[in-house]
Design a protein. Sequence first.
Length: 183
Amino acid sequence: MVLEIVQFGDPVLRAKGKPIAGITDEIRELAEDMIDTMRAANGVGLAAQQVGVPLQLAIVDVANVEDRPSTMWVDGKEVALEEWMPLVLVNPKLELGPDREVGVEGCLSFPDITADITRAAKVKATAQLIDGREVVFEGAGLLSRALQHEVDHLNGVLFIDRMNSATKAGLAGRLKRLQRRNA
Ligand code: ZN
């Protein structure tokens, strides 16, 4: 089921997600609905806050973005993205690698707004999958960026918080209008 995506201005986007204690039918259904919602919006990731639910649950699917490749390693071995996407991440934690890269980023909660954001080029993620398995993996390229963007959402952090001040100043009018419309 496709859910409504919450936009900037709604306070739920600033809420820190509660850890998920057990993967119930309700959580599985929410994850399914989030996948449907992300796909309907042509996104590469979605956090539970973006459908109005402040929980530590996020979805990422970067398998079909040909112009922005990703690499994924599980237990140190490179894996095929299609076998792991969509990734449903319960209570994810990230360790950022030392290298940084700049890339253009958007957010389904900020329609038509994109900006260059500096992110770690590679991350190590620890999470539970929706079937309960604990997984440790590494991501680079768009996967690294998407993971950082989504885990930020789970902590109430938005990509505008990562913009440099000149970029944010340039978007100030549009952000204010969006915020007013959704507050
Ligand atoms: Zn976002």
